[in-house]
Design a binder for this molecule. Structure first.
Ligand code: ARG
Length: 247
């Protein structure tokens, strides 16, 4: 009887030990919200549906440096911050500009990319060069972006807001509006595909950051540490060169 008792105790101990090693072996998951409509930062492979882009590679590297497994959660752009606050994911990586308004709701990592807004017009349009030239005109933007903010500030302009960034650019191509305001690298990427549009010099200075809930101070520290190590190791430069050419 005693033997059976000790044997079963031993078995239970074994199950406990094996069970907890499995837990220790599994990496914690970092759930990342993104709006995959913004090439070359985040987009989906047309055939496989895989998430690709500069931001995707960067967060994979950051996740690896923090010893976490990255899981992408594709979410409509204007629902990203509400979804973060609800807890649908742990952070947002979506070419998101660090703004004072957003800082009221969320925290941001250290900046990881410098960007700016540009005006996209039809290639044969010579009437629009500067923001002043947009006064009283129709302008397409992605809803709730810094492009939307910039357009909304222009005297007498009518702002047409789209859920998806590429749709705002298509609006210029199909002749419905003379101009779209959008992030430089995205304009450049989409203009590669179509020779009927062009874009000007950036007229804002912005920095992208990784958004995290303000009370998640552990993760803010972890991500900043991981981001710094990805920069220091030269991995950041590799990812940058891969998407944008040499720095
Ligand atoms: N940088 C701009 C902003 O923060 C646009 C970002 C849009 N990102 C996206 N994945 N659609 O407002």
């Amino acid at each position: 009887m005693k033997r059976i008792f000790f044997m079963s105790l031993l078995c239970m101990a074994l199950v406990l030990i094996i069970g907890s090693t499995a837990v220790i072996g599994a990496k914690p998951v970092l759930k990342v919200g993104t709006s995959a409509d913004f090439p070359p930062f985040e987009f989906q492979d047309e055939k496989t549906g895989a998430y690709l882009g500069f931001d995707v590679d960067l967060i994979q590297a950051v996740g690896a440096a923090a010893d976490m497994e990255v899981q992408i959660v594709n979410t409509a752009w204007d629902g990203l911050i509400p979804g973060l606050l609800t807890g649908n994911y742990d952070c947002i990586v979506s070419a998101m500009t660090i703004t004072d308004e957003r800082l009221k709701a969320v925290a941001f990592s250290d900046p990881y990319f410098s960007a700016g807004q540009v005006i996209v017009t039809r290639a044969n349009d010579t009437s629009i060069q500067t923001v002043e030239d947009l006064e009283g005109k129709k302008i397409s933007v992605q809803i709730g972006t810094t492009g939307d903010l910039a357009a909304s500030d222009i005297q007498g302009a009518t702002v047409k807001r789209f859920n998806l960034a590429p749709d705002a650019i298509q609006e210029v191509r199909n002749g419905s509006v003379p101009a779209c305001i959008i992030d430089l690298a995205v304009a450049a990427e989409i203009a590669k595909e179509y020779d009927d549009i062009k874009f000007g010099e950036p007229f804002t200075m912005e920095y992208y950051g990784i958004a995290i809930r303000k009370n998640n101070t552990d993760l803010i520290k972890k991500i900043n540490r991981a981001l710094a190590s990805v920069k220091a190791s030269g991995e950041y430069d590799k990812i940058y060169a891969n998407w944008f050419g040499a720095n």
